[in-house]
Ligand binder design. Structure first.
Ligand SMILES: [Zn+2]
Length: 229
């Protein structure tokens, strides 16, 4: 899949299935948003080889510190030398090699999260050392910036490309046509506020970490349904 904005920013999907990742070009600056899981490594590295070749990657952005988004970070860092970027409240989770399971948002996922939290103590991941810690906003290139969109996790953030396309991590899901509600989120009211924030960016397309793209129309509908006021 490929998207192009008015000012010529290009967005390519570089992995799908379990977790999405995206490669973005804004003039000479390149960003990879998330890295998916180990099982997707071959596909992801193949795409990076196709689009970057021998060139370096400017930034590797992690929307949040969950293992299904960060498992291929170190191999990419080694090969393409990007600066690793994450929101400041999740930097320590990466450095420790943790991946905390958020709360479930329905009966089934609450049970899964409860069991998962117990098992979580047994799992550990490769330690990752971020280069840039972001607070509320971070301008990366002429047409791209990061915004803090907490709720799924405390430090979740989104990349806004040319005011048209938002790469939102797990702030929304794209698995069902009728709902963008993630099955897991630490703080639902804060996540809904982040949806409002994302709507205000003016973006028309919202690319999630799981599933396919969400339109502005469904985001508005879901805000009406789950909105705070
Ligand atoms: Zn997540």
């Amino acid at each position: 899949m490929k998207w192009v904005t008015t000012n010529g920013c290009e967005v390519y999907q570089t992995s799908g299935g379990r977790s999405n990742s995206y490669l973005i070009f804004d003039k000479g600056v390149s960003f990879l948003v998330d890295t998916s899981i180990k099982k997707s490594r071959k596909t992801l590295m193949g795409k990076l080889n196709k689009f970057l070749g021998e060139k370096e990657l400017s930034y590797l952005i992690l929307t949040h510190a969950h293992y299904d988004h960060f498992e291929n970070v170190n191999i990419i860092k080694e090969k393409y030398r990007p600066k690793i970027v994450i929101q400041s409240s999740e930097g320590e989770i990466l450095r420790q090699g943790n991946s905390l399971i958020p709360k479930g948002t329905n009966i089934l996922t609450r049970i899964i999260a409860g069991v998962g939290r117990k098992l979580n103590r047994l799992s550990s991941y490769e330690k990752i050392f971020p280069d840039i810690l972001v607070d509320d906003y971070y301008f990366l290139s002429p047409n791209c910036y990061l915004i803090h969109t907490p709720g799924h996790t405390k430090g979740s953030m989104s990349l806004i490309v040319d005011g048209e396309i938002a790469l939102v991590g797990d702030a929304m899901f794209g698995v069902f046509s009728w709902s963008i509600f993630p099955p897991f989120a630490d703080d639902v009211p804060t996540m809904i506020q982040s949806w409002e924030k994302l709507l205000k960016t003016g973006c028309k397309v919202f690319l999630p970490g799981h599933g396919t793209s969400n339109s502005r129309k469904i985001l508005k509908k879901q805000l009406e349904r789950h909105g705070l006021n």
